[in-house]
Ligand binder design. Structure first.
Ligand SMILES: Nc1nc2c(ncn2[C@@H]2O[C@H](COP(=O)(O)OP(=O)(O)O)[C@@H](O)[C@H]2O)c(=O)[nH]1
Ligand SMILES: [Mg+2]
Ligand SMILES: [Zn+2]
Length: 374
């Protein structure tokens, strides 16, 4: 049996790379899988059947996807399966470092993904002062979030990044213009991803969830790894699209806040400035930007919970049906804090899978081709 890794959607099917055959195949999904509603995303491991090797070097072979392996995890914005690590990419300047965006991504990733590592990747270090860099280091590294400081322009830090991505499946996420494509161009010679594509202009096409895996070269021939490394570039997406946990669960996503919250004498406290709250009493121990992010995220989570309650009272309570509406009201299974059993998270992923594959079936009929580059 030949196994392959899905690189991206292409021409009504998928491009799949097989390590065993050292080739990329154009693969439709077997009809039975389509009928069963099996979703296939970038990063999925699949079984290939009916393999037709390429007849010439300029062409691609073909095969049929006959099964999909169980996923280790699934990121839903954008959809990428089986990730080892996620890099939250930002720059200090041009565009300005946005602490809320960084903390928001961290919270979302922790809620969404199992079995992965999360790093911060600060690009454009050529534009940052040393004291700005050490301030960030002092905030995040004591909390266990490693920061890579790089410059795709001056190539500073790129060697360290190469070591970190070797043999792993990684994804770069972050807003437009921070240099995600430029960094991949540094990691993979000859790839020539287009830079300066304004992703905002692409919203509305399925480029919004489009992502592609690229094979990394061997950086260190002296310590060869069995597995090739892979990296995905992704289009940016805005914070409003990220999901929220229940307000009372937000603290679990901030290690430094849950530490103090555990000692809070109020059982129903949100730790956002209540008199007598232990977090409030020990504010000097927290980085102001982190506490600010925490309070904003709790506030937004409260708003979202309210919308959820209002719309769920209108329809069957407890339903997981998605409702649209002008204020984007949604009824989704409650998001989980990190330490809760994963069953509800799985449920949510399955739900997302189903929704996505329905959308894919629909747009397979209309727009077949994903854009070739980003
Ligand atoms: N000064 C500086 N500019 C950079 C660096 N990396 C990327 N850029 C510039 O930032 C802009 C956006 O880069 P791009 O890779 O398209 O960002 P993406 O939207 O995140 O993929 C381009 O004009 C790049 O030339 C860097 O390390 N330093
Ligand atoms: Mg880009
Ligand atoms: Zn409290």
């Amino acid at each position: 049996m030949i196994t392959g890794k899905v690189l991206r959607r292409h021409a009504g099917g998928y491009l799949v790379h097989s390590d065993q055959l050292n080739a990329i195949f154009q693969c439709p999904l077997r009809g039975r899988l389509k009928k069963e509603g099996v979703s296939i995303f970038t990063g999925d491991l699949v079984e290939l059947d009916e393999i037709e090797p390429a007849v010439s070097a300029s062409e691609r072979g073909s095969a049929v996807i006959s099964a999909r392996h169980e996923r280790k995890n699934l990121l839903t914005k954008p959809f990428i399966a089986n990730l080892d690590q996620v890099f939250i990419v930002q720059s200090m300047h041009q565009p300005e470092w946005n602490p809320l965006l960084c903390d928001r991504y961290i919270v979302t990733l922790q809620l969404e993904l199992d079995h992965f590592r999360c790093f911060i990747l600060l690009n454009k270090c050529d534009l940052a002062q040393n004291d700005e860099i050490s301030a960030l280091r002092n905030i995040y590294e004591p909390l266990g979030y490693k920061i890579f400081f790089v410059s795709a322009k001056s190539k500073e830090g790129i060697a360290e990044l190469k070591q970190a991505v070797e043999g792993k499946t990684s994804v770069l996420i972050g807003p437009s213009g921070v240099g995600k494509s430029s960094i991949i161009n540094q990691l993979i010679p000859d790839i020539n991803l287009k830079v300066d594509i304004n992703e905002d202009l692409l919203v509305g096409r399925h480029t919004t969830t489009y992502s592609e895996l690229y094979k990394l070269p061997r950086f260190d021939p002296d310590t060869p790894r069995k597995q090739a490394g892979w990296i995905a570039d992704t289009p940016g997406f805005n914070m409003g699209e990220l999901e929220y946990p229940e307000p009372a669960d937000v603290a679990w996503q901030f290690p430094e806040i849950i530490e103090l919250a555990k000692e809070c004498r109020f059982s129903n406290c949100l730790h956002t400035g209540e008199a007598g709250c232990n977090v409030e009493a020990k504010l000097s121990l927290l980085a102001p930007s982190r506490y600010r992010s925490y309070c904003v995220i709790v506030g937004d989570a409260q708003n979202e919970a309210k919308i959820r309650r209002e719309s769920s009272s209108k329809i069957d309570a407890g339903s997981k049906k998605q409702v649209g509406g002008p204020n984007k009201a949604r009824v989704l299974p409650r998001l989980n804090e990190r330490f809760r059993a994963s069953s509800r998270r799985k449920e949510k992923q399955n739900l997302n899978d189903i929704r996505k594959s329905a959308a894919e079936l629909l747009d397979d009929e209309t727009t077949d081709e994903s854009p070739e580059d980003n």
